[in-house]
Design a binder for this molecule. Structure first.
Ligand SMILES: [Zn+2]
Length: 287
């Protein structure tokens, strides 16, 4: 008897090619929900594309309905949960002091340990796979060429992480400097692509979640000097993250985006704030 799923008109999962797809979040819901805006409850946030002026409201972030089945999405969920907990822990590491409007940052590398080797790299590859699997006309679609198939094997088929695929993380100093509480998260940024390096130059992808910028080396031969050797995480449990002023430039378009959405956010969350101020809603109670 034929597989009923294969006979249906529902799109099939791009990974297992057997089961029907679900609405899969491009960025895990946990990362979206931690974004801070007033009372941390069911507030809405805005998704903005500063280059096109496109903006729309969202509860739990953007999802794509034609890429993953529930089982394959769950596989990725394990890596995403690991990454979420790791970045939350690393945000508590003091990288500078904020006194009034003044921010003093101690640049350098900061040591940390991970429990499971390469789990974080699988997470980063999974995020890039999802954004490269959206329709090519989508505003946040990325084209990572051969890496899409390589990352699919890394995330879902247990493939070893190739020598020229690697990840490092850098504290997002724009988030640290521009917003009141360094341990909170105020925005996330979908992936960008570009060549980065000093004496060497490599194709990298990067995105921002949890107060960090995550850089991924896209299967390029040679040693990248965009981060010190000890910061590249592949094969390590003893790791280092970077604190460098260059990170201020990476997300500076956020400043413009905040200006574009200030009124939208106020309108969207008006009733929530009113309830909060009247005491009807507590910041820790869900309604
Ligand atoms: Zn599947």
């Amino acid at each position: 008897m034929a597989n009923p799923n294969k006979d249906s008109s529902l799109p099939l999962c791009r990974v297992c090619r057997e089961k029907p797809t679900i609405r899969a979040h491009l960025l895990p819901e946990s990362f979206v929900r931690e974004v801070f805006h007033g009372p941390k409850n069911d507030e809405k946030h805005m998704i903005v594309h500063p280059d096109t002026g496109l903006k729309f409201s969202s509860n739990t972030g953007r999802f794509e309905k034609d890429i993953l089945c529930a089982d394959c999405d769950n596989v990725l969920g394990t890596y995403e949960d690991f990454a979420f907990r790791l970045l939350k822990r690393l945000r508590t590491v003091e990288v500078g002091k904020k006194v009034g409007t003044r921010t003093d940052v101690s640049v350098g590398t900061y040591r940390f340990r991970v429990d499971v080797v390469d789990e974080f790299i699988r997470f980063a590859c999974g995020i890039l796979w999802k954004y490269s699997s959206t329709p090519s006309k989508a505003a946040d679609h990325i084209d990572i060429g051969e890496c899409r198939a390589i990352f699919e094997d890394i995330c879902w088929r247990g493939a070893p992480i190739r020598r020229w695929v690697d990840v490092f993380i850098e504290r997002d100093l724009f988030a640290f400097a521009a917003f009141p509480d360094p341990q909170q998260v105020y925005y996330y940024c979908s992936p960008s692509l570009g060549r980065r390096g000093y004496k060497t130059s490599h194709d990298l992808a990067w995105f921002s979640v949890g107060g960090f910028i995550i850089y991924v080396k896209l299967n390029q031969p040679g040693v990248s000097d965009y981060a010190l050797k000890k910061c590249w995480m592949r094969g390590r449990t003893d790791c280092h993250f970077i604190v460098a002023m260059r990170s201020l430039e990476v997300n500076n378009s956020i400043h413009e985006s905040i200006g574009m959405t200030r009124e939208d956010l106020a309108r969207l969350n008006k009733s929530l704030h009113a309830k909060f101020q009247s005491g009807e809603l507590s910041p820790t109670r869900r309604v």
